[in-house]
Design a protein around this ligand. Structure first.
Ligand SMILES: [Zn+2]
Length: 340
């Protein structure tokens, strides 16, 4: 799962900059502010008032229908990136009434097996949680992708310092929130032998606030019952998400293995094509593998022409030296035999 503005999004920008305005007067996101109330499009009121300093170049001058057509091809994480590029795009894509189907189709198209967005979460938040590895805490994404982890029950992704700031781990099992607020069992340190239960401070405060607003009695009991039911739903959804993630990891590792294999075979073929097949045949297995995997850092990249150009010099240089050494050795042996 990558979090970046995709090539597709970059092409959106290009499309926007090169698009020609339709000769026919057409409803556009940027032009929406000029539409009078009587003629304003009923389906996209959020688009009104978006021209001005926040207009994203010519992009928002495109007809709204075209914008949504383009959004329909984006990945959820790309839609999320788009919401951060300008206020108008944020308004368009955060409007549940107009953009919900766009988000849903992005999930369905690019993550067909992903469990559906659960109640209590909207699609942009779900995309941020499921499709991105950025930290949701105060470091504001400064933590690297490899430094964060998903806390499935808390439905957040934090780096360790942010987690430490946002959770409480002194649990009061007699408190009303005990079964009503998401809880995650976390190893407090890598070497810790036991997991410790942790709540998000915000979840506990929110629950307590809502509870305090209710009079003691049936209403409170009903509220607690609803929250307990919500937690049961959460557990079911987390189980699906964790299963989905395991399957994604397995697919990912299988794909990496296939790439490594294709790369290995491709390098061997190019060496043979260059006339060094005999040298390869005479190599010990370890030397052979070490040569073909000359650059371990890129073992999981497809062998493109450009990639081959990058590593060819090292590989062919080694083979030339080896051939030269073998010839020197052969000449030496021949001279010895002649003397004998
Ligand atoms: Zn963080």
């Amino acid at each position: 799962m990558s979090f970046c503005v995709s090539d597709q999004q970059q092409s959106l920008g290009n499309a926007a900059s090169t698009s020609t305005r339709p000769t026919k007067r057409t409803k556009t996101a940027g032009a929406a502010s000029n539409v009078t109330e009587a003629t304003a499009p009923q389906k996209t009121p959020v688009l009104m008032g978006m021209r001005g300093e926040y207009a994203a170049g010519g992009f928002l001058d495109m007809p709204v229908e075209i914008l949504f057509e383009i959004f329909g091809w984006a990945r959820p994480e790309d839609l999320l990136s788009l919401t951060r590029t300008s206020k108008p795009l944020r308004s368009i894509l955060r409007n549940r009434r107009t953009a919900l189907s766009t988000w849903k189709s992005a999930f369905a198209r690019h993550y067909p097996d992903m469990p559906a967005c659960p109640p209590g979460m909207d699609e942009p938040r779900y995309a941020r949680f499921m499709c991105s590895r950025e930290c949701h805490g105060e470091c504001e994404g400064l933590a690297g992708e490899g430094e964060t982890r998903a806390f499935w029950y808390l439905r957040v992704r934090y780096c360790q310092p942010c987690l430490d700031k946002r959770v409480i781990n002194r649990i009061d099992s007699k408190a009303p929130y005990y079964h009503c607020v998401p809880i995650e069992y976390v190893f407090p340190a890598a070497s810790a032998p036991y997991r410790r239960p942790q709540y998000l401070l915000g979840d506990v405060e929110s629950f307590n606030r809502q509870l305090d607003e209710l009079p003691p009695g049936e209403e409170r009991d009903a509220f607690i019952e609803r929250e307990e039911e919500r937690m049961r739903g959460l557990h079911e959804h987390v189980a699906k998400c964790m299963k989905w993630e395991r399957e994604q990891n397995m697919k990912h590792h299988a794909e990496l293995a296939r790439i490594r294999e294709r790369r290995f075979d491709g390098i061997v073929q190019r060496i043979v094509d260059l006339g060094y097949g005999d040298e390869l045949d005479r190599m010990e297995s370890e030397e052979f593998r070490s040569l073909v995997r000359v650059d371990d850092h890129s073992r999981e990249q497809e062998l493109t022409d450009r990639e081959w150009d990058r590593i060819e010099l090292d590989i062919v240089g080694y083979l030339k030296r080896r051939r030269s050494e073998e010839e020197t050795e052969r000449r030496g042996d021949a001279a010895c035999e002649a003397e004998a």
